[in-house]
Design a protein around this ligand. Structure first.
Ligand code: SF4
Length: 494
């Protein structure tokens, strides 16, 4: 301690490297317990250095964690061996990183540790808000090792494989049996060899494998559903009917996705012809599928059916805005501007909000957001970007300047964003908040793609909602989850 009137210059420095008991007490009194520790901290504080990221995390792992999918989605490949005419991956404005091929086993082992095991584990298939999409999981050269690794961690959880079935020979299926319960979602776009090869760009030999896989799976009591990308302008409605007739023998549920194209279609050799093949008359398609349901007495689901009201109930159709209107009211939001994708708009989402509005004390306006990032005929919410929302808002406010002063909240679906609030281009929706001075409420969505009534700032969209369906070979302890994953016409079909 300095004595009264003693100058700093005359103070003899105290050596505190090996303090005596008395000195130790003295150091403690000065707020120092460990000289080296304190010195190191002081150095860091003085330098103002920020932490640099030094460890590497695989892109797929990072994206799954960022999106909140890591508990139930396990992508293992980014290649598929096919060359589908409608392939969304090929015409994506982002770098899909397809060159990465198959995922490394160490990386997969890490990802397996994150799987929850209380909901089906998905191999293959796409996920909204994630750039690097899954390829064909059954093509992975170590697929059986990977299945073994999953089973070591979760012996009973259903493994759900989305596949184009080109690997599913009887021998291959037999090798899968030790890893059951396994269920399949098979992308099967035509039961005509000629059209199947034309669509997938694969040899006829593979068509036979895919065609016969349904009977083989049935023989071994493995559950499957099918997906058709229905392209009437390419193969005709008769072909689609033939495919439905064939699949009906093996599956209770047929999912229909409609073809779409992005602005990248302009780079096609014959852009007009390509756009025509990837187009369809939505009303004609709706009526056709309605007839198919009756004729083949089967569950045919088309999430983008424009004639199916969005609040009719059931899958993709349970949009009821009351919950979210109440949530906004309880948060003190007086006038919300709801921003819908074109797909939701066509099915009447805006109308439903306006019909409900008079029964709530806060006010509501609605807006349809066009996807300008992808362009072409892309309409779904999962592919909208912050820039698309910004453009739509800007135009609406220019058209009606008074609206900007009335609105105190934007309501966006949580679907296109990851846990950090970023879209697939890395832009955060908080940019809208900063630009317009209006808060953003992201509405959580359920399996149906509909708002649950809750809003989120963390984008943990996945929540257990119901007991297991006890179907086929599903382990009865499995809990099904609602997911914020809206099936998209443009989604990747493995
Ligand atoms: S749609 Fe799927 S299976 Fe077809 S080429 Fe693209 S990624 Fe491959």
């Amino acid at each position: 301690m300095l004595k009264e009137n003693q100058s700093m210059d005359t103070v003899v420095p105290i050596d505190i490297s090996n303090p005596t008991a008395g000195e130790r007490n003295d150091l403690t009194d000065k707020g120092i317990n460990d000289k080296k520790w304190t010195a190191n901290q002081d150095k860091s504080i003085r330098s103002g250095r920020t932490l640099k990221q030094t460890s590497e995390v695989g892109t797929m792992l990072w994206e799954a964690i960022a999106k909140g999918n890591e508990k139930f989605i396990l992508p293992i490949a980014s290649v598929c061996g096919a060359d589908c005419v409608f392939c969304f991956n090929k015409y994506n404005p982002m770098d899909m990183d397809l060159a990465s091929g198959f995922r490394d086993l160490d990386d997969i082992a890490q990802a397996i540790q994150l799987l929850g095991g209380d909901t089906p584990i998905h191999l293959g298939g796409e996920s909204n808000g994630v750039v690097r999409q899954e390829g064909e999981p059954l093509l992975h050269p170590r697929i059986f090792d990977i299945l073994g690794m999953i089973r070591n961690k979760h012996p009973y959880t259903l493994i759900h494989v989305m596949t184009n079935a080109t690997q599913l020979t009887e021998k291959f299926v037999q090798k899968l049996l030790p890893f059951t319960p396994i269920a399949f979602q098979i992308s099967y776009h035509s039961n005509s060899q000629h059209n199947w090869c034309k669509i997938l760009g694969i040899r006829a030999k593979k068509f036979k494998i895919a065609q016969e896989s349904f009977a083989i799976l049935e023989k071994y009591r493995l559950n499957c559903q099918a997906t058709i990308v229905a392209m009437p302008n390419l193969v005709g409605f008769d072909d689609i009917e033939g495919t439905i007739r064939y699949l009906r023998q093996y599956t209770e549920v047929i999912n229909i996705y409609s073809p779409h194209y992005t602005d990248a279609a302009n780079q096609q050799p014959e852009p007009e012809e390509f756009r025509h093949k990837m187009s369809y008359d939505p009303i004609e398609m709706s009526k056709f599928l309605k007839r198919m349901r009756v004729i083949y007495n089967t569950n045919i689901d088309w999430p983008l059916d424009p004639l199916k009201p969005i609040n009719v109930g059931g899958y993709h159709s349970s949009f009821m805005p009351a919950g979210i209107m109440n949530t906004l009211h309880s948060k003190g939001q007086k006038h919300a501007l709801w921003l819908f994708s074109e797909a939701a708009w066509i099915r009447g989402a805006g109308k439903v909000v306006m019909e409900a509005a008079p029964y709530f004390s806060n006010k509501h306006s609605v807006l349809c957001v066009k996807n300008r990032t992808y362009g072409g005929s892309i309409t779904t919410a999962g592919l909208l970007m912050v820039d698309d929302y910004d453009k739509a808002i800007e135009e609406a406010f220019n058209e009606d300047p008074s609206l900007q002063h009335k609105v105190d909240c934007f309501v966006l679906p949580a679907l296109p964003f990851n846990r950090f609030g970023q879209d697939m281009l890395g832009k955060n929706y908080s940019l809208l908040q900063d630009k317009y001075g209006i808060s953003v409420s992201c509405a959580q969505q359920a399996t149906s793609g509909d708002f649950t009534g809750e809003t989120t700032s963390t984008h943990d969209q996945w929540k257990p909602v119901c007991e297991p369906s006890h179907m086929a070979n599903i382990n009865p302890t499995t809990t099904e989850y609602t997911v914020g994953d809206t099936a998209m016409a443009t989604r990747k079909i493995s």
